[in-house]
Design a protein around this ligand. Structure first.
Ligand SMILES: NC(=O)c1ccc[n+]([C@@H]2O[C@H](COP(=O)([O-])OP(=O)(O)OC[C@H]3O[C@@H](n4cnc5c(N)ncnc54)[C@H](O)[C@@H]3O)[C@@H](O)[C@H]2O)c1
Ligand SMILES: O=C(O)C(=O)C[C@]1(C(=O)O)C=C[C@@H](O)C=C1
Length: 347
């Protein structure tokens, strides 16, 4: 928040080590220890609880026993909402609780991985209690918009059912995939042959247990339902493979449905997270090749909003993916790089 809007006073509550680093990085103006709750409550306009869910719940319990001297909007970023919103409803005026959850994050955790563009173009769920007016949580909506995210209002139960499928079950699938590499591969070090697909599918297997334990505990029935549906799908795919080569259509149908499901994620105007305009650039296999692409873009003031090195193999040129906020910037970058003899493709 501090990186997005300098004039906001950020009062951070964390461990001494994290607080010292947050101050050094100019991410916090004032700092408080975990047990200094009365000090950080008084004088705050908005409290955003960003801890693991179990700590969000215990902090809400502590807040429910307090009555501040002025109105305070309390929210959180926990990945499940029903249980948290129920606990938040116990807060007494002048507190007001509205739960929230940004659909952006990372498997990496600690203040070192702070990223000012993390929430840019991401959906951010807001779950106000029934009867709340948008004016009552204006400060939260403003915070969401100044970090570049897009607010969506959902009832907490509806939120939990939805994210069980699009976030929680995929985490379990990724962890299970990485946890089940058979010994016949591991013992020979054959996992190192994994291509991008396996690496992509297991990226979030590096996620924090402290965070996911609480998510699994507070959204258990919905995660189980989503996993059952996914397992049924996997079993059907297995059956379709068994039917080969006599019934090719069966597996073909599943692949067509998969193509359509994947394409639906990128429906124009719907895909907040991927609304950038992307180009791929072929790199030469020589020192400074990435700089040779980025330097002219910087000189032309074309702001690269996302970057990914897609393929790097020895003796083979790599592919660099670069993304821009507007189509005009992507077009200008494409023409500039082509004029410098780079092979550029639109994505
Ligand atoms: N990582 C993600 O992808 C992601 C995305 C959206 C929402 N969330 C939610 O955000 C929350 C935090 O997840 P994270 O990935 O940022 O975890 P994290 O481990 O990076 O951060 C947790 C923070 O909580 C602090 N903390 C721990 N105990 C505390 C206490 N008693 N009082 C105050 N602070 C305390 C820690 O110092 C740490 O800074 C979770 O509720 C998670 O569900 C995570
Ligand atoms: O990209 C990632 O690292 C994540 O998985 C982040 C992710 C998700 O997209 O599912 C995980 C849990 C959160 O509640 C929100 C975001």
């Amino acid at each position: 928040f501090k990186q997005a809007k300098e004039d906001v006073i950020v009062r951070a509550v964390s461990s001494p080590k994290t607080l010292a680093r947050a101050k050094e990085l100019k991410l916090a103006d004032e700092t408080f220890g975990y047990d200094e709750i009365d000090q950080w409550v008084e004088g705050s306009d908005v409290i955003l609880l960003c801890t693991p869910i179990s700590i969000i719940l215990s902090t809400l319990e502590k807040l429910s026993k307090r009555t501040p001297s002025h109105p305070i909007l309390v929210s959180d970023i926990g990945s499940t909402k029903a249980e948290i919103c129920k606990a938040g409803a116990a807060l007494k005026a002048p507190f007001r609780f509205v739960g929230s959850h940004p659909m952006a994050g990372s498997e990496k955790h600690s203040v070192e991985f702070n990223d000012p563009s993390l929430f840019e173009n991401a959906y951010w769920f807001v779950c106000p209690p029934a009867g709340t007016s948008a004016c009552d949580y204006k400060a939260l909506s403003e915070m969401i918009s100044f970090v570049g995210a897009e607010q969506v209002v959902f009832p907490p139960e509806h939120h939990d059912q939805t994210v069980a499928w699009v976030s929680h079950m995929p985490q379990m699938a990724s962890s299970s995939l990485a946890a089940n590499i058979p010994a016949r591969l591991l013992d020979n070090g054959y996992q190192h042959f994994a291509g991008r697909a396996f690496r992509d599918m297991t990226r979030i297997a590096a996620s924090s247990w402290a965070m996911w334990k609480d998510i699994a505990e507070t959204n258990k029935p919905e995660i189980l339902r989503a996993m059952d549906e996914y397992i049924a799908g996997l079993q059907e795919t297995r059956q379709a493979i068994e039917k080969l080569p006599t019934d090719e259509d069966y597996l073909h149908r599943i692949f067509s449905q998969g193509n359509a499901g994947r394409a639906s994620l990128f429906a124009p105007g719907k895909n907040a997270n991927n609304s950038f305009f992307q180009l791929t650039v072929q790199l030469k296999d020589e020192p400074g090749s990435i700089l040779a692409v980025l330097e002219p873009l910087a000189k032309a003031e074309l702001n690269v909003r996302d970057i990914e090195l897609m393929k790097v193999r020895e003796n083979i040129a790599g592919t660099l993916l670069i993304a821009f906020k507007t189509e005009a910037q992507a077009n200008a970058a494409r023409e500039l790089l082509r004029s410098l003899n780079f092979e550029v493709t639109e994505r």
